[in-house]
Design a protein around this ligand. Structure first.
Ligand code: FDM
Ligand code: MG
Length: 220
């Protein structure tokens, strides 16, 4: 292996429920694979781990947990996969992540937990190189066949969550100005599927060749 070998880009997709994240993530993975570009899809919460199963049970309202406790479990679910994410990136594989720490803050802060308290446990996680925020109003999202049965899948919650995402968009943009890494791009997710796919590709394309710099740490 030559020392100039590039690492994979860490790309996160965020957005409200029904914004099209999972569909767009799957489409992007297919497109990259068709070009023989190594990519791995990671979903948070990862419901397959022991912690993930606790989260799953909470989301399906089969168990109740204090707001702080569930927040820390979501964060722990990211930390338990952090090393493997870094190894994958360093091996030259792109990681496409369906939700990450930004969802963590948005959903917990929407319940009234302090923003900074919510952010703290995720500080120092592997930082995404690119965040794609699929923006849609809760009204539009609801038109897409309605929300499901899980906790948080309610219009009022989604409205609060979107406000907090808006705050993070501004803060992340300001940070990007200073540090030149961790770019946040807001995509209009109310467009047609094809238009959203095209917008995403325009932003992602420069990242597919890989990156030479180190993996950054979130909010450091
Ligand atoms: N969610 C997701 C959180 O509350 N905190 C987090 O850290 C993460 C990653 O879990 F309502 C919420 C967001 C959503 C729910 O996510 C399950 P999916 O993407 O709908 O499975
Ligand atoms: Mg959901």
């Amino acid at each position: 292996m030559s020392s100039s070998k590039k690492r994979g880009a860490f790309i996160v997709i965020e957005g409200l429920d029904r914004s099209g994240k999972s569909t767009q993530a799957a489409t992007l993975v297919e497109r990259l694979q068709a070009k023989h570009i190594a990519v791995q899809l990671q979903k948070f919460p990862d419901r397959t781990t022991t912690i993930g199963r606790m989260i799953d049970s909470y989301l399906r309202s089969e168990s109740d947990l204090d707001d702080h406790t569930i927040h820390l479990l979501f964060s722990a679910n990211r930390w338990e996969l952090a090393t493997s994410i870094e190894e994958t990136l360093n091996a030259g594989t792109i990681i496409l992540c369906d939700r990450y720490a930004f969802s963590g803050i948005a959903f917990s802060a929407s319940k009234g937990l302090p923003f900074e308290w919510c952010r703290a446990p995720d500080v120092s996680l592997p930082a995404p190189d690119l965040i794609l925020f699929l923006d849609i109003t809760p009204e539009k999202a609801k038109e897409r066949g309605g929300y499901g049965e899980e906790r948080y899948e309610k219009e009022e919650t989604q409205r609060k969550v979107r406000q907090i995402f808006g705050r993070m968009a501004e803060e992340t943009a300001a940070q990007y100005e200073k540090s030149n890494h961790g770019r946040w791009v807001t995509i209009d997710a109310s467009q047609s599927l094809e238009a959203v796919t095209a917008d995403i590709w325009k932003v992602v394309e420069p990242f597919v060749e890989g990156l030479s710099g180190p993996i950054h740490r979130l909010w450091e």
